[in-house]
Design a protein around this ligand. Sequence first.
Ligand SMILES: [Cu+2]
Length: 108
Amino acid sequence: MNTTNTLRVPVDTQVNLRVTSADVFHNFGIPELKVKTDAIPGETTDTWFKASDTGNYSAHCYELCGQGHSYMDADIIVMDQEAYQDWYDSQSASANNDTAANVAAAGV
Ligand SMILES: [Cu+2]
């Protein structure tokens, strides 16, 4: 199971999280941003955080959930609003390009 991931969020903005689990009980948290919640199979837990400083943070699992536990880390990158918007726009632009490329490859 590969659970490494990067979450980019804008600064000074409430970020809503909906957390669940595909396997066993986990507990997801970003201590520096004061957020921590259970990840329960078959259920969703809603929580939120708001970062007041840009920078790199780490999320971890706080439940001893199994063999993959020590690999359950994620990077949280808090960006200023403008940089976030630029990044977001570039993501949707490349998603559109992918779609166009797929359509072209399918000969439609
Ligand atoms: Cu876990």
